[in-house]
Write a protein that binds this ligand. Structure first.
Ligand code: SAH
Ligand code: DHB
Ligand code: MG
Length: 223
């Protein structure tokens, strides 16, 4: 077995043991594939991690930036109480339509809502509504805007909220300080912000598995 085959095999074992996809999650993946969406949702063990983080937070409200077909959305929304609320921001109207259908099939349409548009347009509109602070923010959209998304997350959260960024490693490309790739630049700028911001305490962890070599950054909002 190659190294990446081993990573995938272990991920499949962990997924089957600890994070089995049920009908609604499987349908969300199937439907996303059938509709031509790229196969870049979080893995099942990663989805379960997001769900556990939301539960540990005691989350009642979650903000997601980057919905795709709603796979990560379903994992997180299931951590919320019946009167909880998840807002997920998605640029592509087709992705949003697929996700909305997947959320309805999962019975989460009362809890989770997809808003179509560039997140940097949707975020000020959301802020204008003065929503209660979000307990968890999952940032997983166009990585070039990651520093802006972290800034918005700070405005829309409270002391104790958790901010999670996906794809901060990208097969090691994050190390390339001279990169001109927007995803690397955006992620490095977001990590700088987390490292230097007086209201954030954060770290980053590398992951291997069905999504190759990648990782998450996590930051807790301080007082
Ligand atoms: N969180 C999803 C995967 C998201 S993939 C999951 O794990 O299941 C990234 C998504 O971000 C794509 O659907 C893409 O269309 C969306 N996106 C890209 N640029 C965006 C922007 N400016 N605003 C909002 N969403 C954006
Ligand atoms: C890509 C985006 C993601 O959010 C991800 O988790 C994996 C890959 C991509 O754009 O290639
Ligand atoms: Mg991602």
């Amino acid at each position: 077995m190659s190294q990446s085959e081993s990573w995938e095999a272990v991920d499949a074992y962990f997924a089957a043991q600890l994070a089995p996809d049920d009908e609604a999650l499987l349908a969300a993946l199937r439907d996303s594939e059938a509709e031509g969406l790229p196969p870049i949702a979080v893995s099942a063990p990663q989805g379960k991690l997001l769900q556990l983080l939301a539960q540990v937070q005691g989350a009642r409200t979650i903000l997601e930036i980057g919905t795709l077909g709603g796979y990560s959305t379903i994992w997180m929304a299931r951590a919320l109480p019946e009167d909880g609320r998840l807002v997920s921001l998605e640029y592509d109207p087709h992705h949003a339509e697929v996700a909305t259908r997947n959320l309805a099939r999962a019975g989460l349409d009362k809890i989770a809502e997809v808003r179509v548009g560039a997140a940097l347009d949707s975020l000020p509109l959301l802020a204008d509504e003065n929503p209660p602070p979000f307990d968890l923010v999952f940032i997983d959209a166009d990585k070039g805007n990651n520093p802006h998304y972290v800034e918005w997350a700070l405005r829309l959260t409270r002391a104790g909220s958790l901010i999670v960024l996906d794809n901060v490693v990208r097969g090691g490309r994050v190390l390339d300080a001279g990169s001109t790739a927007s995803d690397v630049l955006g992620t490095r700028a977001a990590l700088d912000l987390i490292a230097s911001h007086p209201r954030l305490s954060g770290t980053a962890v590398q992951t291997v598995g069905s999504k190759g070599w990648d990782g998450f950054a996590l930051a807790r909002v301080l007082a």
